[in-house]
Design a protein around this ligand. Structure first.
Ligand code: PMP
Ligand code: GLN
Length: 386
């Protein structure tokens, strides 16, 4: 081949995701993996049984319908009504995707023209930067800064230009654990209406909010016709490998996203769609217990990290804790995370990789706490060696 790089310019430098890299490091070194966010305990037995039954009974083993099976679209619409009072027609306002990841990709590929500007909170979840790039659009970061990570909404206003097409928000926010308040969401919504912007909102951690609750921006005045809401079964039901996600939005938006989605995977996860339809109808006790368990694990890990000498930013939501390594006499998160397996047998994620302004996240690292209590306790013991 000639001198031209094989990987196109839009994806240049994106290499392997940090999650794959750090999970491989954990396996290679036999470390406790508090990097990639996946639970070490599977979700409810009855939901797993529903998936097994679907396979054996021949439900979903052949291509399911493009928009998702009607049972799941109905269950998603009921979930939006039950938890947020949002009304969605399962036939025109719900789309099932291959995880939230495909929903994000399809939404951005469908809604953006090359050169459009997308304002997103930095640190960004890694697929946002890649999908904005694949769409040929330009990402414009609104940097969230420690210790509170609250967004500077005056700054947001000043970042809007005539080229801004879309606001990409994420609440609860990975990796900082920030949960947007109703007041913050109201300001963001007003800006979107005033400047006629689209909003794509990633709410995969909607059920992992420890106080104050989750508030979907789609419920605010003027937002219904301009908001694409995204979620997934991975985090809520502890089946991250099933990759069942969804979009809820007005019919024109769903139709645009579906157009892109049908040429990405077309369809996926047939039998799992039946199981997730059942999962979404679990009683409130399921969701309450999930949240209470994770709140306890958050405190266990946060207290342990503080004792080990980190500056800890206790998250309001998600199953991640961001911590600063400066009090340990360390400066460089990526270097720290590369050496941590050897020093302590623990893997974490360097937040710097989620920033355009790497300096803003240089000394921050992320640990997940969706692990068994004894695993978290052992990790904390090991980190005390620092
Ligand atoms: N968005 C955020 C903020 C995430 O942390 C993740 C990781 N699960 C995803 C999207 C992707 O979700 P899924 O596994 O359903 O594709
Ligand atoms: N969402 C998970 C995390 O932030 C990782 C998902 C992935 O590996 N792409 O850890």
């Amino acid at each position: 081949m000639g001198a031209r790089p094989l990987l196109n310019r839009r994806l240049a430098g994106m290499g392997t995701t940090i999650f794959a890299e750090m999970s491989a490091l954990a396996t290679a070194t036999g470390s406790i993996n508090l990097g990639q966010g996946f639970p070490d305990t599977d979700g409810p037995r009855e939901v797993a049984e529903a998936a097994a039954r679907a396979v054996l009974d021949g439900h979903g083993n052949q291509y399911p319908p493009g928009p998702g099976i009607p049972e799941l679209r109905t269950a998603i619409a009921e979930h939006q009504q039950r938890f947020y009072g949002l009304d969605h027609d399962p036939d025109h306002e719900v789309l099932v995707t291959a995880g939230a990841t495909e929903a994000i990709a399809a939404a951005l590929l469908a809604l953006l023209e090359p050169g459009d500007e997308v304002i997103a909170f930095e640190p960004f979840y890694d697929s946002y930067a890649a999908c904005i790039a694949m769409a040929g659009a330009v990402r414009v970061p609104l940097t969230l800064r420690a210790p509170s990570f609250r967004p500077d909404l005056e700054r947001l206003r000043s970042l809007i230009t005539p080229r801004t097409r879309l606001l990409l928000i994420n609440t609860p926010h990975n990796p900082t654990g920030l949960v947007l308040t109703p007041d913050e969401l109201a300001v963001i919504a007003e800006l979107a209406v005033e400047h006629d912007l689209l909003v794509v909102t990633d709410e995969v951690y909607e059920h992992l909010v420890f106080s104050g609750g989750h508030h979907p921006i789609a419920a605010l005045p003027g937002m219904r016709e301009r908001t694409v809401s995204i979620s997934s079964a991975g985090k809520t039901f502890s089946f991250t490998g099933w990759k069942v996600g969804w979009v809820t939005a007005a019919p024109e938006l769903v139709s645009a996203v579906r157009t892109a989605k049908q040429y990405l995977t077309y369809v996926s996860a047939g039998p799992f769609q039946y199981a997730v339809a059942e999962a979404l109808r679990l009683p409130d006790a399921y969701f309450d217990t999930l949240r209470a368990d994770l709140a306890r694990k958050r405190d266990l890990l946060a207290d342990g990290l503080a004792e080990a000498g980190f500056q800890v930013f206790r998250p309001e939501g998600t199953y991640f804790i961001t911590a600063d390594i400066t009090p340990l006499g360390e400066k460089d998160g990526p270097e720290f995370c590369r050496s941590l397996p050897e020093r302590c047998g623990v893997v974490a994620i360097p937040n710097a990789v989620f920033y355009d302004d790497a300096e803003a996240g240089r000394s921050l690292v992320r640990f997940t706490f969706c692990k068994k209590d004894e695993v978290l306790r052992e990790a904390v013991q090991r980190l005390r060696r620092l």
